[in-house]
Design a protein around this ligand. Structure first.
Ligand code: AMP
Ligand code: ZN
Length: 492
């Protein structure tokens, strides 16, 4: 499997540090506001990268921080008459809520900067002891880029060239304009913690580095973020790790291209942004995912609502195909020998999975992966037309399951039922009673009921399991337990 490493500018074979396991970290948001869809693009890209690694059988440990102390949070608190902690708490909850709506899996570990002060102070002390950092009279502590001969290793920047172009600030306590704050002395009214260098708070670059060391150990396999973080954030992160622990921070550095509007990077400061929340209020999450995944994660992504409108039909095509396959499976006559038409779809199913993996193995080419999924949609639609009333239940189900399986790697959830039209509405009430379901879709209710029944059976809660089955039977359906899980049938 080839992965592009931003440090070496090459695609490299992914060789996990520990066999079968991947430890990865993606810088999280600064929680002072709703995130915009540019941020969301980066989080989505790594969600799919993580999902694909899991699909390939890796045991993935995924950590992502919340930067919950920062100038932006403090400013927002002052503007709105709240405390920084209140702003951070509210925006963290909003971020997690929007990630759930977007279908992004929760990280395994979600450290918050304000809970990790001790780990950061430990790292800063080590850097001072080793001569890579220095406290100044005001109470700040700086990392000395001059002391680190490897500085620039990630971004390929040369300090001397950068210095020549830099206007040095007057009255600066820094020894070099590129020295960065590991610890910032407290200003009145700001959140602060006691430290050997006086009350203060950690610098942003310090946070991720200390958390990675504490929760994942260094080096990790994959460190990710948007390309705008390469310099200075990731350069500074890796400098600290090398100088504190003589260890690279990550073996592979992965960076996403910027989401743009009218050719310009989407950012809060330019004011050209749409929040993820406002977009998900208007469009299904899967349509937004589909649009974003049509572009390779490293390429810039040009966003427009016209493009988003255009993709809705594509998503519909995929969902309808899976539904039609299940519909046909339910109505197929008893399976006899497979004929040539059945076998052709069988080959298309295997071929689609192979092609999907070939594309994704090449630096997570999601555009190619989607093309493989839609290739199977085309083959399945041709099959349904050709086979007419003589479809094979087994082949139809296998095709539908493969569409679900591959779409799921993209985080796109396809309906596992044959569609709402032919399911009795009574399922909704039944699911409300037994499965805590709150919506009003019969197919979702069917899924919820099957899941609740499965759970009850696993817990040997036979009363509940039987009540669900009896309720389903009373609606004229039967529950069939297959190797691929339970499904609902209409009674013959
Ligand atoms: P921030 O909260 O600004 O640190 O951003 C959170 C994540 O979003 C970082 O990984 C950024 O690199 C990324 N990001 C910010 N703007 C964009 C954009 N326009 N397109 C893609 N990723 C972005
Ligand atoms: Zn970071």
């Amino acid at each position: 499997m080839l992965v592009y490493n931003s440090q070496t500018h090459k695609k490299e074979e992914l060789v996990p540090i520990e066999e079968g396991k991947i430890r990865m970290y993606v810088c999280g948001p600064t929680v002072y506001d709703q995130i915009h869809i540019g941020n969301a693009r980066t989080f989505l890209a790594f969600d799919v990268i993580r999902r694909y690694l899991m699909y390939k059988g890796y045991q993935v440990t995924f950590a992502q921080n919340l930067t919950d102390v920062d100038d932006k949070i403090i400013n927002r608190a002052n503007e709105t008459g709240r405390t920084a902690a209140e702003v951070a708490e509210e925006c963290s909850a909003a971020f997690i809520e929007q990630m759930h709506r977007f279908g992004v899996l929760d990280p395994d570990i979600r450290p918050r900067a304000t809970h990790e002060i001790e780990a950061m102070q430990e790292m800063i002390s080590t850097l001072i002891d080793r001569g890579y950092a220095y406290p100044v009279p005001s109470g700040d502590v700086y990392f000395s880029v001059r002391a680190d001969h490897n500085y620039g290793i990630l971004s390929g920047r040369d300090l001397d060239q950068m210095r020549a172009g830099e206007r040095v600030e007057v009255n600066d306590e820094k020894r070099d304009p590129f020295d960065f704050a590991l610890w910032k002395a407290a200003k009145p009214g700001e959140p602060s913690w006691p430290s050997p260098w006086g009350d203060g708070r950690p610098g942003w670059h310090t946070e991720c580095c200390a958390m990675i060391h504490r929760y994942l150990g260094t080096p990790i396999d994959i460190h990710g973020g948007g390309a705008d973080l390469i310099f200075p954030h990731h350069e500074n992160e890796t400098a600290q790790a090398m100088c504190a622990w003589d260890s690279a921070l990550a073996n592979t550095w992965m960076h996403t291209g910027m989401l743009r509007v009218d050719g310009e990077k989407m950012s809060k400061s330019l004011g050209n942004f749409y929040t993820l929340k406002e977009v998900l209020d208007k469009y299904p999450a899967d349509a937004v995912r589909l649009l974003m995944l049509q572009t390779h994660y490293r390429a810039p992504l040009d966003f427009s609502f016209e493009r988003l409108d255009g993709v809705s039909g594509t998503l519909e095509r995929l969902q309808t195909c899976a539904r039609n396959l299940r519909w046909a499976a339910e109505r197929s006559p008893q399976d006899g020998e497979l004929n040539d038409v059945d076998r052709a779809l069988g080959h298309a199913i295997d071929g689609a999975r192979e092609e999907f993996c070939r594309q994704m193995d090449d630096d997570f080419n999601t555009a190619g992966g989607l093309a493989a999924i839609f290739g199977l949609v085309t083959a399945a639609n041709t099959y349904l037309a050709e086979a007419a009333d003589d479809t094979s239940t087994a082949v139809c189900l296998r095709a539908a399951d493969m569409l679900c399986e591959l779409a799921n790697v993209m985080g796109i959830e396809l309906d596992r039922s044959a569609g709402d039209d032919d399911l009795p509405a009574g399922l909704v009430d039944l699911a409300r009673e037994h499965a805590g379901y709150e919506g009003d879709s019969a197919s979702e209710a069917a899924d919820a009921l099957l899941a609740a029944r499965q759970e009850a059976r696993a817990a040997k809660n036979w009363g509940v399991a039987d009540a669900i089955r009896d309720g389903i039977t009373a609606l004229g359906l039967v529950v069939e337990d297959t190797a691929a899980g339970a499904r609902l049938h209409r009674k013959e």
